[in-house]
Design a protein around this ligand. Sequence first.
Ligand SMILES: *[C@@H]1O[C@H](CO)[C@@H](O)[C@H](O)[C@H]1NC(C)=O
Ligand SMILES: *[C@@H]1O[C@H](CO)[C@@H](O)[C@H](O)[C@H]1NC(C)=O
Ligand SMILES: *[C@@H]1O[C@H](CO)[C@@H](O)[C@H](O)[C@H]1NC(C)=O
Ligand SMILES: *[C@@H]1O[C@H](CO)[C@@H](O)[C@H](O)[C@H]1NC(C)=O
Ligand SMILES: *[C@@H]1O[C@H](CO)[C@@H](O)[C@H](O)[C@H]1NC(C)=O
Length: 181
Amino acid sequence: MHPLTYPGLLTALLSSLHLAAAHSIPFEPHKPTPNLVAGTWSVVTANITTNGTTAPAFGDHPTGILIFAPTFYFSELITVDTATLPRFASNNRADGTAAENAAVVAGTIGQIGNYTVASDGTFESDLIIASTFPNWIGLDRNMTALNETLEEGGRFMREMLHDAGTTTRVEILWERVGGWE
Ligand SMILES: *[C@@H]1O[C@H](CO)[C@@H](O)[C@H](O)[C@H]1NC(C)=O
Ligand SMILES: *[C@@H]1O[C@H](CO)[C@@H](O)[C@H](O)[C@H]1NC(C)=O
Ligand SMILES: *[C@@H]1O[C@H](CO)[C@@H](O)[C@H](O)[C@H]1NC(C)=O
Ligand SMILES: *[C@@H]1O[C@H](CO)[C@@H](O)[C@H](O)[C@H]1NC(C)=O
Ligand SMILES: *[C@@H]1O[C@H](CO)[C@@H](O)[C@H](O)[C@H]1NC(C)=O
């Protein structure tokens, strides 16, 4: 059935037009902000450079997904090779040994937050709402501290992270997965 022939919808449409006219709501065409970073991204490689020495940040086989949602929230988790994270002997997440807990903290990072894009749709800034590294909670980083640059027409995204006051630099190459939204 063609939607406009559906009587209920037509009535609803007419009454909303009437309502708009009655209140003189100006017509504002919806212009969605372009968002070139929205999508699902998977870690290809992640390196950390400290004092001029570069090493893999999450071992040789990092696992990580970063989702920039169209709602301008993001979610990110990166771990070392999942096979190398120690399973807890107790099988109870709240009852890890000191060594198990330390290995999990060292081998994982996760955060959620919101983000902005510039008027051309490229990454502009993000704000960390919660993180497994508490020092980053509330951190508001723009392209100076957190450079997310699209490459190859948006197939890849190179993340260059440099927190002020530190000499440490992290560079992560993300590849878009699972479509373009
Ligand atoms: C980097 O160099 C500084 C100053 O020499 C030193 O204090 C620090 O421990 C070094 N960090 C690493 C990870 O080697
Ligand atoms: C992100 O969330 C913070 C805290 O709720 C809010 O102040 C800020 O405006 C939000 N930024 C965006 C881009 O949504
Ligand atoms: C980026 O953040 C830095 C540090 O907070 C600030 O000094 C700088 O003005 C910001 N740049 C822009 C373009 O907002
Ligand atoms: C971000 O990184 C790209 C690629 O290295 C560079 O061209 C650009 O100038 C950087 N942007 C900022 C704000 O530092
Ligand atoms: C990380 O380092 C490896 C080895 O030098 C290199 O092949 C890879 O391109 C680097 N990745 C990033 C994101 O810099």
